[in-house]
Design a protein around this ligand. Structure first.
Ligand SMILES: O=C(O)[C@H](O)[C@@H](O)[C@H](O)[C@H](O)COP(=O)(O)O
Length: 274
């Protein structure tokens, strides 16, 4: 199964920072700016969140920045979605939703005017009996925020909101969201979400819901947060010339208008173009 990069998306730009705090502060600051600017000409802005250490650290950095930043979006017009989730009970500590609420979203709701209904978590194990059902439920939620006619994608229009920013972490094996090397989910086209029954054991709970590559590629901006020496090989493989996406899904972490890899020095160690 060889999968190529979707070349109708933006070539990756690489930004190297000293360490994880520098990566997460930079992303947090850009996020506040991009959302504020988007809301000048749009009624709403949509952000897709991710899990993992770096993804959650970005949210903590946003919360820290709120204390002294003068560039702050109108949170009542910002919607938060997820790129992947574990099919676990509501409030389970391993859910990306639970971690994101603790890191940032609870504070935005309690103190900064984010309406609870603007938070769009992926289904829990109470909501959906299995990942395929959860994926279908989330596809319907996404569809209810789709612009008329959907968003153009390489395999036809997709019914989902246009994400202004999609945050992604990258696993040491090169996965993004819950798109893991060698899995059938990588070949799914023309739909926004897919279920994963068998995430690699060492990466936590096996039952997942994830956006597809097509779903990721509709995002205007895709920003990765990649830190630590254990990510150096995955980053180098993803950013090498002509990678096989089925072996390193992160090679296809690309946005419609902008793709930025935010890496710290340790993760950049093996990059060909830095
Ligand atoms: O649900 C998840 O686990 C994530 O969405 C996953 O794709 C994560 O972003 C990577 O595994 C990187 O995680 P780290 O930043 O912890 O390495």
């Amino acid at each position: 199964m060889e999968i190529s990069i979707n070349t109708h998306t933006a070539e990756p730009q690489i930004e190297v920072y000293a360490d994880r705090p520098a990566v997460t502060e930079a992303i947090a600051s850009k996020l506040l700016t991009v959302l504020s600017e988007a809301l000048v000409s749009q009624p709403a802005a949509h952000v897709s969140l991710t899990g993992g250490g770096a993804g959650i650290a970005v949210l903590t950095a946003v919360k820290d920045l709120l204390e002294h930043s003068t560039t702050v979006p109108d949170w009542s017009a910002v919607h938060f979605w997820w790129g992947d989730e574990r099919l676990l009970p509501r409030d389970d500590a391993e859910r990306n939703e639970t971690q994101a609420r603790q890191a940032l979203l609870d504070a935005l709701v309690d103190e900064h005017g984010l309406p609870e209904e603007n938070i769009h978590p992926m289904p829990t194990s109470e909501d959906a009996a299995h990942p395929a059902a959860g994926a279908e439920m989330y596809a319907q939620q996404l569809e209810s925020f789709a612009p008329e006619g959907g968003i153009p994608g390489p395999h036809g229009p997709l019914n989902m909101p246009a994400f202004d920013v999609m945050l992604l972490g990258v696993g040491p094996d090169g996965h993004i969201n819950s798109l893991f090397p060698g899995k059938d989910s990588l070949t799914v086209v023309g739909q926004t979400t897919v279920g994963e029954e068998d995430a690699p054991q060492q990466l936590g709970p096996p039952l997942r819901v994830t956006l597809t590559f097509d779903g990721i590629h509709t995002a205007q901006r895709v920003w990765t947060a990649v830190t630590g020496a254990d990510k150096a090989e995955a980053a180098a493989r993803a950013l090498a010339a002509e990678p096989d996406v089925s072996e390193v899904p992160a090679a296809n972490a690309r946005g419609a208008q902008e793709t930025v890899w935010h890496v710290d020095r340790a993760a950049a160690e093996q990059l060909p173009r830095v």
